[in-house]
Design a protein around this ligand. Structure first.
Ligand code: PMP
Length: 406
């Protein structure tokens, strides 16, 4: 039989299915209460609004262009709508700064491709979004730890990168309600990341996938907004803002966006021409119609539901988790991050939990570029109702208490 490994590119060696993903395949079983997914609740999709949007496209003059090839930059009315959204976030820009991608995940792949030669260093938080590691891994980087409020010097970063055989190229981070921790980087941390990036002369990739989903607390300006405030103009910035409609409207349409200075956008357009020419024309049109007709109302609707589920899960954790277990208190998003006492193992706990407690979650280690974090795990409240949360967290708390006690 042909040994494919002999002819695969070296970059493919870092693309491996994780054991955890194999375990999570068991989740379809009806007896399992799952907090493992990190996906929007399909009951909250604006399906009537999409039905009306597609009907309008198909019955109007736009149908021909909706089914046709279109420009790589993305559908202009959608980009114009995004210019207005960005202005409201403190990011003044023009359509030339806005680029549509097939989900922000595609943007992460393009950015990995654009910046990373093998052995270059990407700065990521410990833990970070697993999909970002997967996207970047294909470009064979090394990783170093980004701590927004930490004190490591630019020289130290530079020296570590040189030792690894390359240069530091970018800092990737999620500033609002991060996946997997649910945590938010405060204003000071955001400013420090800009300072560090200026000193290292690297890009900042700001992942804003959950930005719209704030349930309480005061909004903090995006890194890109802070940088524009300092430097006067988006063209003088180094931050690349990655946004998504997946958490607010519908992930299945695969529409995300990147906002950045024009030279970066022009480079990304070339990548898109090589990869898939453009994102789905008709889906961009539908997203535009639905967003223009009622984005704020849709966001208000889902925020109400998710914030209530978050409250319910935080209350259940406080009631059921034994001493020694700690967790984050997110101000938005979909996730809570749980830390077990040192020495416990989230992956082993999952295996046992699936057998006995019948509760699923995602062990934390896969989110760490350095393989640490064994005693952590992620739970999501986005798709769980109050009963599931109370029952599931209760069972999990008892299982953990047993493990600690035993
Ligand atoms: N960034 C983060 C932090 C995410 O959690 C996700 C989705 N899980 C994405 C990016 C990718 O989202 P999409 O491609 O659907 O825009």
């Amino acid at each position: 039989m042909l040994n494919w490994e002999n002819i695969f590119a070296t970059r493919s060696s870092r693309m491996r299915a994780s054991e955890i993903r194999e375990l999570l395949k068991l989740l379809d079983r009806p007896e399992i209460i799952s907090f493992a997914g990190g996906i929007p609740d399909p009951a909250l999709f604006p399906d009537d609004e999409f039905k009306a949007a597609y009907a309008d496209i198909f019955t109007g003059p736009a149908v021909r262009s909706a089914l046709q090839y279109s420009v790589s930059e993305g559908y202009k009315p959608l980009r114009e709508w995004l210019v207005g959204q960005m202005a409201a976030l403190g990011i003044p820009c023009t359509v030339d700064n806005v680029f549509i991608v097939s989900g922000s995940q595609q943007g992460l792949d393009y950015l990995g491709k654009l910046f990373l030669s093998p052995k270059d260093t990407a700065l990521v938080t410990w833990p970070t979004y697993l999909g970002a590691l997967q996207a970047f891994n294909a470009y064979e980087p090394t990783y170093d730890q980004l701590s927004p409020n930490g004190n490591r010097t630019p020289e130290a970063y530079r020296a570590t990168a040189e030792e690894a055989g390359g240069k530091v190229k970018f800092a990737y981070l999620s500033v609002d309600f991060a996946n997997p921790t649910g945590e938010t980087v405060d204003r000071e941390g955001r400013e420090k990341v800009i300072e560090l990036a200026d000193e290292l002369d690297i890009a900042i990739i700001e992942d804003a996938a959950y930005q719209s989903l704030r349930y309480n607390g005061e909004a903090i300006p995006p890194i890109l907004a802070l940088e524009i405030a300092h430097k006067g103009d988006i063209e003088a910035t180094r931050t690349i803002y990655c946004g998504s409609f997946s958490k607010t409207l519908a992930p299945g349409l695969r529409v995300g966006f990147i906002v950045a200075n024009a030279p970066i956008i022009r480079k990304l357009v070339l990548m898109k021409q090589a990869a898939d020419l453009h994102s789905s024309t008709i889906n961009q049109m539908a997203i535009h119609l639905v967003a223009e007709r009622g984005f704020d109302a849709q966001v208000a609707k889902i925020k109400e539901v998710y914030s209530q589920r978050r409250d319910c899960m935080l209350a259940a954790l406080a009631r059921h988790m034994p001493k020694g277990v700690t967790w984050t208190k997110p101000e938005g998003g979909m996730f809570i991050w749980i830390t077990l006492p040192e020495g416990m193992d989230g992956a082993k706990l999952l295996a046992r939990s699936l057998e006995t407690a019948k509760v699923a979650f995602v062990p934390g280690q896969a989110f760490f570029a350095d393989g640490s974090g064994a005693n952590t795990f992620r739970v999501s409240f986005s798709c769980a109702n109050d009963e599931m949360i109370e029952e599931g967290i209760g069972r999990l708390g008892r299982l953990i208490a047993d493990e600690i006690g035993g």
